[in-house]
Design a protein around this ligand. Structure first.
Ligand code: SAH
Length: 349
């Protein structure tokens, strides 16, 4: 058997490869290997989650951001970004509408907007949990202090998504302004885990300066950290950022890595991301057929959707909108999977 195929067998059995082996797996990939990986990833996801797909209602609460990440369309230097923030009432309305539509997880995502201090956020989280005790609240609001995460956890937040963006420190400094530190991001992830959040990390595929070595580091990090969730999607350039003219990532490599991540950590909640759906009309389906088991339709008020533009042409309407859940269900059914109503917690034995 050739080396590539024997590495895939080894990964399936041991859920671990060396750094060099991960690199080989990425560098030497071909359609045959991708097909074998997909089959194994699907088999193991079905053993744990059957053919169910979990849905999350994504509420983009603010596009104000104090950070200046070089890849991101809502970075503070983008003067053309039309800024907004949702009020508590608007957020609660989104949740009520989402509940009616069958969502049982609400993800509050946003830029790092200092308006949303601990008091304001805790009040919102507690109110969502009071209105919908059978729902999970996920936060994705960037880096905060351990104290702040603790308050949010006590207010009832269940999960936190904080992509590590890249596990290579040198690469991290090329994607972020110098006041943002790799060590800080990694510490945030550790604190979140310690506080009992279901914790998600993740990275962009094909971000500027990324090499297969760096991707191998991301995989090794995932193997060691064993996140409850892992968000990966292709990098897509945004015209008002320093990376406007950089190349975007591919759906092919994103799907390949989804399969690899499923084999590394079988219970992981793995979304077929909006970015994947944006660069490929069948991205969501391809993601699920590669081992993903989560989709996150957009539940933001339609008036602000276009303003949360992390990258150009980001999907927010059509089948990306929470209101099109029925249509999304049909599409998912067509490929043999089923959207379910429920919190969709991570499997833990
Ligand atoms: N402020 C929050 C949420 C950031 S937006 C935080 O820091 O976690 C959510 C994710 O979108 C980011 O973590 C990043 O990985 C992704 N993203 C940002 N710009 C992108 C781009 N140009 N292409 C693809 N993904 C992007």
């Amino acid at each position: 058997m050739n080396k590539l195929l024997s590495l895939i067998e080894k990964l399936e059995k041991e859920k671990s490869l060396s750094f060099e082996e991960y690199q080989f797996l990425i560098e030497n990939r071909n359609e045959e290997a991708a097909e074998i990986l997909r089959k194994k990833a699907v088999k193991i996801r079905k053993e744990i989650y059957g053919n169910t797909v979990f849905i999350r209602g994504l509420i983009e609460i603010s596009n104000f951001c104090k950070n200046d990440c070089l890849y991101c369309g809502i970075r503070r230097s983008n003067k053309k970004c039309d800024r907004y923030r949702l009020s508590k009432e608007e957020i609660l309305e989104c949740c009520a509408e989402g509940y009616e539509l069958g969502f049982r997880t609400f993800v509050l995502q946003g830029g790092e907007d200092s308006y949303f201090n601990d008091d304001i956020l805790c009040d919102i989280v507690a109110e969502i949990k009071k209105n919908h005790p059978d729902c999970a609240v996920t936060l994705s609001l960037g880096e905060r202090s351990e104290e702040s995460y603790k308050k949010l956890r006590l207010a009832g937040a269940d999960r936190y998504l904080l992509r590590h963006e890249t596990a290579d420190e040198n690469h991290y400094t090329k994607l972020h302004p110098k006041e943002m530190r790799f060590e800080n991001r990694m510490n945030c992830l550790k604190n979140l885990r310690k506080l009992g959040f279901q914790t998600g990390c993740g990275f962009m595929v094909g971000s500027p300066f990324q090499t297969t070595e760096m991707l191998a580091k991301d995989l090794k990090f995932i193997e060691e950290f064993k996140p409850d969730m892992c968000g990966i999607g292709p990098f897509v350039p945004h015209s008002e950022t320093p990376f406007a003219n950089e190349k975007g990532g591919s759906a092919e490599l994103t799907c390949y890595l989804l399969s690899v991540i499923r084999l590394i950590h079988p219970p992981v909640l793995l979304p077929a991301t909006t970015a994947l759906g944006t660069i490929d009309g069948n991205g969501r389906e391809k993601g699920i057929l590669s081992g993903a088991n989560v989709v996150m339709p957009n539940l933001s008020p339609s008036s602000v959707r276009k303003k949360y533009e992390l990258y150009n042409n980001k999907l927010s309407d059509g089948d990306e909108s929470a209101q099109s859940k029925e249509n999304l269900s049909k599409r998912i059914k067509k490929i043999g999977y089923e959207i379910v109503t429920g919190r969709g917690d991570v499997y833990n034995g």
